[in-house]
Design a binder for this molecule. Structure first.
Ligand code: DX5
Ligand code: ZN
Length: 215
């Protein structure tokens, strides 16, 4: 099963409730929530209070992508806000293993992300401790960037390793995904597709999501 995770970053921030309803009606599986601190990445987006406010209005799986330094400081806030999955960046902390254990201890699913510059070998040792590997297909920080097809080699490597170890691992790709390039990501082994501009920018998000799910 392919899960489609529209990224709220591309929504109209003046009317988030309507935006979430729109993609829910269009068949979204997850809601991807990009948290940026202006330090780990150059941009600032939104934090736990916004997620908490949406939690009361949505039953989607809340997929929280933390692009913040030292994420362990804020885990309780995001769990309280209603995160179902918390993904941290390998590059954002000195001891990712400990942070992943802290996420699990709070009984939410945990993910680990790598940015384009990070070699895939660095995520391999953690795959047995996580529910989801996030392979970034753009440099994190902004929506609307161009998909980097070279990153699919990382997806293949992670999927091959997960299969060889019989790990039940979700592999998420994030950045520049659309209905045209989703089949290549799925063929490489990804099963969670994040898309911001391709879905929120569409006249009929339902057909975009349906096309992606068919990949
Ligand atoms: C980038 C974010 C992405 C982004 C995706 O830092 O992690 O989730 O919002 O947006 P699009 O699909 O427009 O590239
Ligand atoms: Zn993201």
């Amino acid at each position: 099963m392919i899960y489609i995770a529209p990224s709220l970053l591309a929504a109209d921030f003046g009317n988030l409730e309507a935006a979430v309803k729109r993609i829910t009606d269009a068949g979204a599986n997850y809601l991807h929530l990009d948290v940026m601190d202006g330090a780990f990445v150059p941009n600032i987006s939104f934090g736990a209070p916004v997620i908490a406010a949406l939690r009361h209005r949505s039953k989607l799986i809340f997929d929280v992508h933390l692009m913040i330094n030292d994420p362990v400081r804020y885990l309780d806030d995001f769990v309280k806000a209603g995160a179902d999955i918390i993904t941290i960046h390998l590059e954002s902390c000195s001891d990712p293993g400990t942070v992943l254990r802290e996420i699990r201890r709070r009984e939410v699913r945990c993910g680990l992300a790598i940015s384009p510059a990070t070699p895939v070998e660095e995520i391999i040792p953690y795959l047995s401790q996580i529910d989801m590997a996030l392979i970034m297909t753009v440099v994190p920080g902004f929506g609307g960037q161009k998909f980097m097809p070279d990153m699919l080699e990382k997806v293949r490597t992670v999927r091959r390793y997960a299969n060889s170890q019989k790990l039940n691992l979700n592999i998420e790709v994030d950045g520049g995904l659309n209905a045209e390039n989703t089949p290549s990501a799925v063929a490489a082994g990804a099963n969670v597709i994040v898309a911001g501009s391709a879905i929120f920018g569409a006249k009929r998000p339902k057909s975009v999501i349906a096309a992606m799910q068919k990949a």
